[in-house]
Design a protein around this ligand. Structure first.
Ligand SMILES: [Zn+2]
Length: 89
């Protein structure tokens, strides 16, 4: 079975045959396809992942985005970042 055509990110040509396919990721759950554009000769990679794994990945990315947003909203202490206090003799 031939992988579906994928438009070239450079020129939009759909003649991007696969040059190489190899498994990658945890338990080889993802495929990396090396493609070359017949229009502009650009080589690029596409990644194929199971929908189940993509959902997990998307949930993880959403969680990280929420954490990043919370960290950006965190109040800064007066005078900037906390510095170690000098000990009194
Ligand atoms: Zn192209």
């Amino acid at each position: 079975m031939t992988p579906a055509p994928f438009p070239c990110p450079g020129c939009g040509d759909h003649r991007t045959p696969v040059q190489e396919t190899r498994p990658t990721g945890r338990a080889n759950a993802m495929l990396v396809r090396r493609r070359r554009c017949a229009g502009c000769d650009w080589s690029f990679n596409t990644y194929e992942i199971l929908g189940h794994d993509l959902k997990r990945l998307t949930r993880g990315l959403r969680f990280l985005a929420r954490v990043q947003a919370l960290l950006c909203q965190a109040p800064t202490p007066p005078g900037g970042a906390a510095e170690p206090e000098a000990e009194e003799p």
